[in-house]
Design a protein around this ligand. Structure first.
Ligand SMILES: [Zn+2]
Length: 479
């Protein structure tokens, strides 16, 4: 396995990655609260961790990637009330849209998307443990609070103390709490909201405890890698550490913390609560999924990324078209003539350079996921290939040799996935439909119509083959 180093938010240094039980890697990323469509800022976080998991898997690590879905919280309940919809149904609806966006973006490294409401037994068990060991207390209304004073390490990840503990801070005191910085882990039920029975009366989970109940069940009290957006460091991830380490007695909960910097729009972090958001699906539509991934990955994940609506996506599309031109041409030739196509060998210098480049690209990504430098090297490769002239005289083997850096970029960065958004999906639906229409024409003896469909598809580059009563289709050489 390749030696990987990761900048760890907790230790504030780049450390060699050593999984607890190699080659296994437990990876947990804070996911979406699906109360509204996802925006471009969300897309960045999930593309970055898609690349992290893809790269680790390429190098032989066996990654179990869990990304939670907060399908019940205050924002969801408020939005559902506005729209007169059941909050859980609203979350399901937005999550289904989110999954389709992820599929279009080529984000498919996640193994499991657990829903908060499916882990209520684990959440209740953790709350009960915390109450039993007096890390948490029950308020008069049946809510349960974690008592920060019981966890002296609170604040180590962020270097921040709760605002209430900062000198001069003015914090409204909630009469249910012993200290203003204590946070709720079980909320007493409000009439009309979803609730579950508990030893403290009906209620629902608080935010932070859902993560630690899930990771406790799915990844254990200690695991390898935890990720999320930089906005989650405080208080969310501090709270997770306090809950898990208090409940399990095991520390550290996580060995490496990775945080992705913000996407900036109009000078501020893109955020639904601020309102300066650009819809993720609209961005995929405008730029294409490959170009959007290029935009995300053409910066180091720890650097903020500026998004200018009328400029960013146009530039990304143009850059992507330039970067992918040789890859597209090579794929066209291989698709037309097959891998055994005759022709010249690749110039030795270029063939060697292709292999060296793949090695270099792996090294760049293994060094704290330096996608920006990797993309710079891919642009250089594209320029080098254009300078070397066309490909039409090269053999299939030579083309594959020169395509290696692009194959790498597809595997690790997900940059050259074949399915470009909805269009590939449309083919998959439209062609079988035409095949069925053609079969019906033949059944009623209208062979002229059947042949016309076949010929027009052939003219459009789609070949039909009748074989033992079934018809198969493939892309053929476009004339
Ligand atoms: Zn979380």
């Amino acid at each position: 396995m390749r030696r990987v180093s990761i900048y760890d938010t907790m230790s504030r240094e780049t450390r060699v990655f050593a999984p607890i039980v190699p080659p296994r890697v437990g990876l947990y990323v804070c996911g979406l609260t699906p109360y509204a469509p996802a925006h471009v800022g969300h897309g960045r976080v999930f593309v970055v961790f898609d690349v992290v998991a893809r790269a680790l898997r390429r190098w032989g690590y066996r990654v179990f990637y869990v990304q939670n879905v907060t399908n019940l919280d205050d924002k969801l309940i408020a939005r559902a009330a506005e729209e007169d919809e059941d909050p859980l149904a609203l979350a399901d609806r937005h999550f289904a849209t989110f999954l389709r966006s992820m599929e279009r973006l080529g984000v498919r490294a996640v193994n499991y998307y657990p829903f908060a409401t499916d882990y209520v037994p684990e959440i209740l068990a953790q709350v009960r443990t915390l109450v039993d060991h007096e890390f948490a207390y029950v308020a008069a209304d049946g809510s349960v609070y974690f008592e920060i004073a019981k966890f002296p390490r609170y604040g180590r990840l962020s270097g921040q103390r709760p605002s209430a503990l900062q000198p001069g801070a003015r914090v409204e005191l909630d009469p249910r709490k012993r200290a203003p910085e204590d946070f709720v882990i079980w909320k007493a039920a409000t009439p009309g909201e979803p609730s579950w029975e508990s030893p403290w009366g009906p209620g629902r989970p608080g935010w932070h405890v859902e993560d630690t109940a899930m990771t406790g069940r799915l990844l254990g009290g200690r695991y390898d890698l935890h990720g999320g957006g930089a906005d989650l460091i405080f208080p969310h991830h501090e709270a997770e550490i306090a809950l898990s380490e208090s409940a399990t007695g095991e520390a550290p909960m996580v060995n490496y913390w990775m945080h992705v910097a913000f996407v900036i729009l109009q000078g501020e972090k893109m955020s639904k609560s601020i309102g300066n958001v650009f819809d993720l699906d609209a961005a995929i539509e405008a730029a294409g999924p490959g170009a959007l991934r290029l935009f995300y990955l053409n910066a180091h994940y720890r650097s903020p990324l500026d998004f200018v609506p009328e400029k960013t996506l146009v530039e990304a599309r143009e850059a992507y078209a330039r970067l992918s031109l040789p890859a597209r041409r090579i794929d066209e030739l291989l698709a037309r003539d097959g891998p055994d196509r005759p022709g010249d060998r690749a110039p030795e210098e270029l063939a060697n350079a292709a292999e060296l480049l793949v090695e270099e690209l792996d090294d760049l990504i293994a060094n704290d996921f330096n996608t920006r430098e990797a993309i710079a090297r891919l642009f250089e490769w594209t320029r080098r290939l254009s300078d070397a002239g066309g490909f039409d005289h090269l053999s299939g083997e030579a083309l594959e040799t020169l395509a290696q850096p692009y194959r790498w970029a597809n595997e690790v960065l997900g940059l050259f996935e074949r399915s470009e958004g909805t269009r590939a999906g449309a083919w998959e639906t439209a062609i079988p439909l035409l095949i069925r229409i053609r079969a019906r024409a033949r059944e009623r003896g209208d062979f002229a119509e059947a042949d016309r469909i076949r010929d027009e598809l052939a003219a459009a580059g789609i070949r039909l083959e009748d074989d033992a009563g079934a018809t198969r289709w493939s892309f053929s050489d476009r004339k």
